[in-house]
Structure formats: C-alpha cells, structure tokens
Design a protein around this ligand. Structure first.
Ligand SMILES: Cc1cc2nc3c(=O)[nH]c(=O)nc-3n(C[C@H](O)[C@H](O)[C@H](O)COP(=O)(O)OP(=O)(O)OC[C@H]3O[C@@H](n4cnc5c(N)ncnc54)[C@H](O)[C@@H]3O)c2cc1C
Length: 482
C-alpha cells in the first residue's frame, strides 16, 4: 500500500524531525508526576539493568509515561548492547522484517522508517529480512533519537532490596570503579543469559581452555584457519558458528547432535498473532506450562537462510544421532568419543545453549532466595514434568517477581524481569523481537502502577488540599451581580 504522504523524506536527519514532530503530537499528558519525598532527590524512579533492545524500549516507554529518572546500565561498550555485533553470527534476523516494538507505536521510530530513510521505498520492498548490523544500527539510532539515558560499560553487580520500596544497586564501571544508585523499581533486561548461564556439558571440563569455546563466546576464528572444528548441538548458533569458522578458513566444521534428525517445525511463527502475543500471560498456569513444554520438546530448527548458508560451504558436515560421550586432549587435538566411534578435531565448540537458573546470577544473590519459582507454585501432571521449567521465576502479569513466602519480600513486586526466564510466565517469545510490542507496554504499566500506588496517599492529600478553581471566584461573582 502506498504511504499516505508519498515518499518518505530521505535521510536520517529528516526522519529525526519527523520523530520529534510525532512525539510532540503524542505528548499528552505531559506533566511529570512521580513524587519525590525530601531527601529522595537522588533516588531513581527505575533502574534498568541491560541496555539491549528491551532495556532501551522500556526506558523510552517510561519516558513517554512521564517517568523521568530512568537510567539504563549496560555492561557492553557504547553501541554494542545485546548480542547483535558481539557474539551473534547469523546473517539476518529470523523474525519477519516488519516487526515492531522499540517504536512503541510511533511509525517514524520503526525499523521500516529508519531503513526507508536511507534506502528508499524500493530498498524496503527488496529487503528480505533485517541484517544483523542493520538491527544494531537501528537500535543505536533509536537510542539517540529518543534521548534515553543509557550508560555503557557499567555492569550491575548487586541488586539489594533495602526496604519494601527501595533498592540499592552496585555498578562496576569498565575502569573498575564502583558506583552506587538507589532506585524505586528495577528491571532486569539482561538477555538470554541474564536468568542463568551458558551450558557446557561436564565432558568439556578437562580440556585446556585453548581447545574449546561456547557458541556465545567471542571466538577469534582467524586463529582457526586450517583447523578441523567440531560443534556439539544443532541450534541456529551452531550453524552460524560453523559458517563463521569455514568462512574464516577452517578446513572443516562438523556439527554433531543427539537427535536422529534435525527438528523441522518452528511453532514460534504460528504464535505470531495478536491475541496470543498480547494475552498469553492471562492463560492459566497449566496452559502456559503446556505450551512451553511442547515447545521445548519440539525444539527449533535453524532459520532456512542459516541452514542453506552453512550447508553450502565446503567442509560442512552434519552428524545426526551423534552425542558426545567423552572429550579429551590427544596430542594437541581433541578426541571425541561417540556411539558411532571416535572423531578428532583441532577445536571444539559447545552449542549447548543457555540454562535458566537464577542461582547462577551473582547480581541477584540477595533477591533469588526470596522469590517464587514455577516449581514453588505449580505441580504439573506426571507426563508434563520438566525440571528445567520448574526453575523459571513465577512472575505476575506485569512481569514482576512474586514472593516465595507471602509477606517475606514485599519488594518483590517492584523487580520486573524480561530475560529468558520470563518466557514461561509472559510468553514463549516474550523476550524476543516479536513480542516487544506487547510485553514492553505491559511492564511499563506495572512500573507506573507501582510508582503511582507508592505515592497514592500523598496524591490524595494534594487533591484534597487544592481548590482546583477553573474560574476565579470574583469572575463568577461579577457576573452574578449584574
Ligand atoms: C544469536 C541470537 C540471535 C537471535 N535472533 C533472533 C531473531 O532473529 N528474532 C528474535 O525475535 N529473537 C532473536 N533472538 C532472541 C532475542 O531477540 C535476543 O536475545 C535479544 O537480544 C533480546 O533482547 P534483550 O534486550 O532482552 O537482551 P539483549 O539484547 O541480550 O541485551 C541484554 C544486555 O544486558 C547487558 N547485561 C547483562 N547483564 C548485565 C548486568 N548485570 N549489568 C549491566 N548490563 C548487563 C548485556 O551486556 C546486554 O547488552 C536472538 C538471540 C540470539 C542470542
């Protein structure tokens, strides 16, 4: 369908003006409203841990609701928040190109507007999917144009509840200095690893560090020129790592996995309809568990472009039905035992994913013992049991933690989580690009709700103490006297 205003203005400068105009048009209600008690001037309204696509979308969403003191802390260097230009190695996003979310419903802030401003309508029509660098470029532009406060190279090392509605955050800067902040609410937008850790099977433990890595590590593939690479696991990133290695000159890349064949189905595309994306969190516990359990059982194939790219490269080999039984160093190489016999590689990579296990997050050590997990709240039928899912945090409908023992952690409802572990409560794709549009406003609403209710008594006192005159009394009496 043609754009109602004809061609978009070319260039990002013109787009910036359009964004500013749109924000002005949608400025109502403009009044900042979060209350500050004397002595609390330095307390943040919200501290967002993680400055990836979610952290920055939430910061923007809060600004639009006139929540002013919002700071986003991100561990990565400037412009490199999230996986896109760090350890992600795919060519393009899996999600359809017309995804929305960080724009929070403002067309001029969408990926499409950003892309068309540089490549025109034709460029957009020709685009198949969003490339990885383009997605990061778009996010960086979005961050600048929205004016949110993102502080890079700052890792939050401790979140400590100090009262029912205050947290202290310890933040480590890249130069090692420590900063401390106080905040009324906290969001954990710490990505796939933020609710757990990389999984590396114990069979890797005895190998020298120089002979192995995880797919999420920063790997210098140029140092592996001519090498035989073995990869354990058949997820998308295993394929991406195989391609990256072969393109950098590796002799071979063999992808070994336990299943007899690759999964072919990807029900996550089926889930991309508004009803499901928006209202999954309203489903009963048993229904949510059922969806996630089935998804985990089906697994997910690599996206077609990822699969085609890897399999087109000389030296690529797929080995289904090949779990690794043991791994050991042998004459500077890696000997791998499988049920099919021995394999030898020069370097091995674990494509074995990320676990959800909050106890592995140091920054949450003061929080985790007090919050409910699904295992505390829900008992599945015997054929639905899953210890992985039982470790997911049990979040409320706004994405906030809930108390393990009622009455013992009143602050729990003021910590909001949107990391991998949020997906059982908020939706299988809630932590992905496809769901920002629905999940971010939900979390923003939870935060504004908490902030409003905290100040509700003072708000009512203010209401009662004011006369609220719209007409000055003498204006009215002058008319009545006539
Ligand atoms: C390789 C890869 C490809 C993906 N492709 C797609 C796709 O095509 N489509 C899709 O829908 N989804 C995809 N996803 C899933 C999801 O969209 C991404 O993981 C996305 O990056 C999640 O955004 P986020 O903002 O929640 O987390 P992230 O983008 O991971 O950002 C989290 C940020 O938090 C920072 N951080 C973590 N801990 C701390 C701390 N303690 N203090 C300060 N900062 C911290 C990290 O440095 C990081 O910058 C992909 C994920 C990966 C890993």
């Amino acid at each position: 369908m043609p754009h109602p205003s004809g061609a978009l203005p070319s260039g990002l400068e013109a787009l910036r003006e359009r964004v500013n105009f749109d924000l002005e048009c949608l400025n109502y209600p403009a009044r900042p409203w979060v209350r500050t008690e004397p002595g609390d001037e330095d307390v943040l309204d919200c501290a967002i841990v993680g400055g990836g696509q979610y952290g920055q979308s939430l910061a923007f969403g809060l600004l639009r609701e006139r929540v002013q003191r919002v700071v986003v802390f991100d561990a990565n260097p400037p412009g490199l928040a999230g996986p896109w230009l760090t350890f992600a190695r795919m060519i393009m996003l899996r999600t359809p190109k017309d995804l929305t979310g960080p724009d929070m419903g403002i067309g001029s802030l969408s990926f499409r507007a950003w892309y068309e401003a540089q490549h025109g309508r034709d460029g957009w029509e020709k685009l198949f999917r969003i490339s990885r660098p383009d997605w990061q470029g778009y996010l960086n532009w979005h961050r600048d144009v929205t004016g949110i406060d993102v502080r890079p190279e700052r890792r939050v090392t401790r979140v400590t509840p100090v009262s029912a509605n205050r947290f202290e955050l310890e933040v480590q800067c890249a130069d090692g200095t420590i900063e401390r902040f106080r905040s009324r609410t906290v969001v954990l937008a710490t990505g796939a690893e933020g609710s757990g850790a990389r999984v590396k099977p114990p069979i890797f433990d005895g190998l020298p560090k120089s002979l192995h890595a995880h797919t999420n590590d920063l790997i210098d593939f140029t140092a592996l020129r001519g090498a035989r690479i073995g990869i354990l696991g058949a997820g998308a990133s295993s394929f991406d790592n195989a391609s990256a290695a072969l393109e950098a000159g590796a002799r071979s890349a063999e992808l070994c996995f336990r299943r007899p064949q690759l999964p072919l189905a990807n029900p996550r595309r089926w889930m991309e309809f508004a009803g499901y994306l928006a209202h999954y969190p309203e489903l009963p516990d048993a229904e949510r568990w059922h969806y996630m359990k089935r998804l985990y059982d089906i697994s997910q194939p690599p996206p077609e472009p990822t699969f085609k790219k890897a399999t087109s490269l000389p030296g690529f080999r797929l080995r289904p039905g090949t779990p690794w039984l043991s791994v050991r160093e042998k004459n500077g190489a890696v000997a791998v035992e499988t049920p099919q016999g021995s394999l030898e590689f020069d370097f091995v990579i674990a494509g074995t994913g990320i676990t959800v296990d909050l106890s592995q997050r140091q920054e949450l050590a003061s929080v985790t013992p007090h919050i409910a997990l699904w295992g505390d709240r829900f008992t599945p039928a015997a054929d639905q049991e899953d210890t992985r899912l039982a470790r997911f945090p049990y979040l409320d409908r706004f994405g906030a933690f809930t108390e393990k023992v009622p009455g013992t952690a009143p602050w729990a409802s003021r910590i909001f989580a949107i990391f991998r572990g949020a997906t059982l409560s908020l939706g299988p794709s809630s932590a992905s690009n496809s769901n920002i549009r629905y999940t971010a406003p939900r979390i923003v609403s939870g935060i504004t709700r908490a902030l409003f209710l905290e100040g509700a008594e003072a708000t009512r006192t203010e209401f009662d103490s004011q006369s609220h005159h719209e007409l000055a009394p003498d204006t009215v009496s002058a008319v009545v006297a006539k």
